[in-house]
Design a protein around this ligand. Structure first.
Ligand SMILES: Nc1nc2c(ncn2[C@@H]2O[C@H](COP(=O)(O)OP(=O)(O)OP(=O)(O)O)[C@@H](O)[C@H]2O)c(=O)[nH]1
Ligand SMILES: [Mg+2]
Length: 383
């Protein structure tokens, strides 16, 4: 499986950086000691990165992306400092510099199975440039283009919420599928590490599992992803759950325990989007762990899912990792049509727009009164 992974804007390039993060040499040595001859998996063999941003410092801060894979756009319009949450500026900049991006895309044309664009919907660059980049990627690469689109939490500033509503409309029309991830889901449940990092970690964990399952064990291929994402009849989301094998007890009871956790969020984070999972139409399910624990479990996990969501088409399989002490379940749900997070975001955006409208009215009246004060003044000039 070969994926072109593009990060657009601050959130996007940070997620990309997380995805390609390679442990320091010392850690790699330890890995070799622990796992003997097993080779460290280098995600760069399957993921071609491209980081696009209007912020110079944010691009410079990336640890795992080489200079040749970074593009600073909008040097004159944004002066290397971002768009300041201005999505129309983000869009204009991407349109102006589309040739530079297109040249990069030409380099990988014919070599990738699909393209994954990671970005925030609330940022000026992430929200504004993504639809422009996606459109050209579809044309040049002639493969499906999917996004991992970050929704702002409802506690975030008004501008992110209004931007997200605008950006969502244009992104939906320019891609082959959207994997929605809500920063708000993490706020509610887990805050051991900064929220952003937690979300980035979950996204990268899912994509990494997908890549390894394909490259190392061959249980899935890009067609499994494409088959799950298409047709574009609703949005998609992901979920991940993992547990030490010693906590899972004997027998196969752990399957329903972990499936409940990842799909329904019972006792854990669950899906990265507040939605009605029962409206999903297709799923990609990956079970990862040592063979003595996970062998012959995919069938049971798939049955569990099909009992919860009648009619759902489930792809995927088991990926055996000898000597591993962890079991992990990763899931991609697609075709979701009942998404509470989107409804709440629209409701919040409507409230904000109403307040702005009232404020504008009030200011207009005040301004008129202020001007009147001068017009009605009967003070005679002194000279
Ligand atoms: N999950 C996640 N969300 C982030 C991250 N950084 C920012 N965000 C969210 O993304 C939105 C802000 O967008 P950014 O990506 O920072 O903005 P940008 O695309 O760089 O655009 P400008 O800086 O406005 O030009 C807000 O909703 C933030 O909560 C991150 O690393 N991870
Ligand atoms: Mg930025």
């Amino acid at each position: 499986m070969q994926i072109l992974a593009i990060g657009v804007g601050g959130a996007g390039i940070r997620m990309l950086d997380f995805l390609l993060h390679r442990p320091e040499e010392g850690v790699l040595e330890k890995f070799k000691e622990t796992f003997g001859t097993r080779k460290y998996f280098d995600y760069k063999d399957s993921l071609t990165p491209l980081a696009v941003d209007t912020s110079r410092p944010h691009l410079e801060n990336l640890k795992s992306i080489e200079e040749k894979d970074k593009i600073l756009i909008g040097k004159y319009d944004a002066k290397g400092h971002g768009t300041g949450s201005d999505i129309s500026l983000g869009e204009r900049i991407a349109e102006k510099e589309i040739d530079r991006i297109e040249t990069k895309l030409q380099d990988v044309a014919g070599q990738v199975d699909f393209c994954l664009i990671m970005h925030s919907l609330g940022g000026g660059t992430g929200g504004g440039a993504t639809p422009v980049i996606s459109e050209v990627a579809r044309r040049v690469l002639e493969v499906p283009v999917y996004t991992v689109s970050i929704l702002p939490s409802l506690e975030e500033s008004n501008i992110y919420i209004l931007n997200a509503v605008d950006a969502m409309k244009s992104v939906l029309g320019k891609v082959d599928g959207v994997i929605l991830v809500d920063n708000g889901v993490v706020t509610e449940k887990i805050v051991k590490i900064p929220i952003y990092e937690q979300v980035n970690l979950y996204v990268s964990r899912f994509v990494r599992t997908l890549v390894r399952a394909s490259v190392e064990s061959g249980i899935i291929g890009s067609s499994s992803v494409i088959g799950t994402m298409s047709p574009f009849d609703g949005v998609s989301t992901i979920g991940n759950v993992s547990s030490g094998i010693n906590k899972l007890g004997k027998g196969k009871k752990w399957i329903s325990f972990l499936m409940n956790k990842v799909i329904k969020g019972k006792g854990g984070l669950g899906l990265l989007l507040n939605c009605d999972y029962k409206t999903a139409q297709r799923a990609l399910l990956l079970i990862v762990g040592p063979p003595e624990k996970v062998a012959d479990t995919f069938h049971d996990a798939r049955e569990w899912l099909q009992n919860q969501i009648p009619g759902i088409a489930v792809r995927g399989g088991e990926y055996h990792v000898p000597n591993s002490t962890q079991v992990e379940i990763g899931v991609l749900l697609s075709g979701l049509t009942e998404v509470t997070a989107i409804k709440e975001l629209y409701k919040r955006a409507k409230e904000i727009t109403e307040v702005i409208r009232e404020k504008k009215e009030e200011l207009k009246v005040r301004k008129e009164e202020f001007i009147k004060l001068f017009e009605e003044s009967d003070i005679e000039p002194l000279f």
